[in-house]
Design a protein around this ligand. Structure first.
Ligand code: IMP
Ligand code: MG
Length: 186
């Protein structure tokens, strides 16, 4: 059961500390700054899990950028998914001719991002790429790769730094593995 009085007590193991995460984001930011010099970059964050990563990542990119957000949910999570997405909030910016970088908290099966990339490509941007804080390659179902990935994580359920379980733990400043008993009596 979720310990609503002490979120840290529910963490089995810290995988990535705040210091490690911030150092890696700064590295990625330098690379992205190099790669997108002279381009019209639009950062698109997929809510809600991306929020802390997005804030740090945008500041680590030393370029003139536009920022936007979207919210999606997918059909059939945990079952046989059709891969169809429900767009709960679309972006506001017209991305035609622009270079789009989608920011995500974690790339797992790839269903969410495959759908988002396809939807954006129909709007004729100059390019669409993915930047994810975490990559869980063992979970992959769709052929989706991130141009920029902060860390590879094992096939375990992780929370913190934006990632949630049942809507909680997003505000932990690190990434950790949840104790099994938190799910067990669910
Ligand atoms: P995908 O469509 O399977 O790649 O799903 C990515 C989404 O699943 C992420 O945006 C997360 O919301 C969620 N997700 C996948 N793995 C984890 C995890 O280990 N912890 C928390 N959320 C996860
Ligand atoms: Mg999510």
């Amino acid at each position: 059961m979720i310990n609503k009085l002490d979120m840290r007590a529910d963490i089995q193991e810290v995988l990535l500390t705040e210091e490690q995460i911030l150092a890696r984001i700064k590295e990625m930011g330098k690379q992205i700054t190099e790669d997108y010099k002279g381009k019209e970059l639009v950062l698109v964050g997929v809510l809600k899990g991306v929020v802390p990563f997005y804030a740090a990542m945008a500041q680590a990119i030393d370029l003139q950028v536009q920022e936007d957000f979207m919210s999606v949910s997918s059909y059939g999570a945990g079952t046989v998914s059709s891969g169809k997405l429900i767009i709960r909030k679309d972006i506001d910016i017209d991305i035609e001719g622009k270079d789009v970088l989608i920011l995500e908290d974690i790339l797992d099966s790839g269903r969410t991002l495959r759908g988002v990339v396809q939807m954006f490509e129909a709007r004729r941007p100059a390019s669409v790429k993915i930047c994810t804080l975490l990559d869980k390659p063992e979970g992959r179902v769709e052929q989706v790769e991130a141009a920029y990935a902060g860390f590879t994580v094992p096939n375990a359920f992780v929370v913190g730094y934006g990632l949630d379980y049942a809507g909680y733990y997003r505000n932990l400043p690190f990434v950790g593995i949840l104790k099994p008993e938190v799910y067990q009596d669910k």
